[in-house]
Design a protein around this ligand. Structure first.
Ligand SMILES: Nc1ncnc2c1ncn2[C@@H]1O[C@H](C[S@+](CC[C@H]([NH3+])C(=O)[O-])CC(=O)[O-])[C@@H](O)[C@H]1O
Ligand SMILES: O=C(O)C(=O)Cc1ccccc1
Length: 236
């Protein structure tokens, strides 16, 4: 289904509700530049670190697109666990996983309330940005503590520039991208208002500092387009 969620005046802040979930895959593909390329890159890097029967978590898995793609492109048998607190997203994730014949343990819970034992890989694409800043650092520390010694954390985020001029130009460039994807200026403005104080992006440097402060030995940007970045963090 085509995303037309914001072609009417908003009546509430952005939520991952039934209406969003019903158009989510289209929304993501048209709202995140190079989403598919990022997803494939994160999967390729992930596969290099994974072995038979490793445990993989996707935090904020939405409709399980990434775990399904990972299972298709990684030759190892993996224990796949997707966590999300949106029932609407997880009901679609379950249907999609079944349709693709991929076994995924889907957990309907807040990311703060789940233990991610013995994780070799934790993924979290475009999710930390929705976690309140003080809680975000706490969650990243939990992610670090949950990973095995040779564990990897791959995550993607919307980012801001610390230079106000470049930040404004980045936002303008991003909205031009959205127009190429068929969104109207009205839809773009309504979604921007809905996301105010819901999606809170950090700078690339703030993301890396958060990761290193949690104890990770290394954090690197492996993909970036203007105001969207993908990072890989190595525990030891
Ligand atoms: N506190 C929370 N606890 C659990 N889930 C949460 C929480 N906050 C947000 N979510 C969930 O995190 C997901 C963020 S979307 C991830 C896309 C996916 N990674 C993808 O690559 O397709 C990104 C986006 O929509 O831009 C949603 O499914 C929320 O329900
Ligand atoms: O930041 C934005 O304006 C977006 O549209 C990103 C986004 C993509 C999918 C769900 C929520 C936010």
């Amino acid at each position: 289904m085509i995303d037309k969620v914001f072609n009417k005046s908003i009546t509430k802040q952005f939520e991952f509700d039934e209406e969003v979930a019903s158009v989510f895959d289209d929304m993501l593909n048209r709202s995140v530049p190079f989403y598919k390329e990022m997803q494939r890159l994160s999967i390729d890097f992930a596969c290099n670190f994974l072995s038979e029967n490793d445990k993989v978590y996707d935090l904020g898995c939405s409709t399980a697109s990434t775990l399904i793609e990972l299972s298709k492109h990684c030759s190892h048998n993996l224990k796949l666990i997707g966590i999300d607190n949106s029932s609407a997203m997880l009901s679609r994730a379950a249907k999609k996983a079944k349709a693709f014949g991929v076994e995924i343990d889907l957990i309907n819970a807040d990311l703060h309330d789940v233990n991610y034992e013995n994780a070799k890989l934790i993924l979290s694409n475009y999710t930390l940005q929705f976690i309140r800043p003080l809680q975000r650092e706490k969650l990243v520390k939990k992610i670090y503590d949950s990973l095995e010694d040779k564990g990897i954390f791959i995550f993607s985020e919307k980012v801001i520039s610390s230079n106000s001029t470049l930040n404004k130009q980045s936002i303008d460039e991003y909205y031009e991208f959205k127009k190429t994807q068929g969104y109207s200026e009205f839809e773009i403005s309504q979604k921007r208002e809905a996301l105010e104080n819901v999606l809170i992006p950090y700078t690339e440097e703030e993301n890396k500092k958060m990761i290193l402060d949690a104890g990770f030995s290394h954090c690197e940007t492996i993909f970036k387009w203007v105001n969207f970045a993908t990072f890989i963090a190595i525990k030891k």
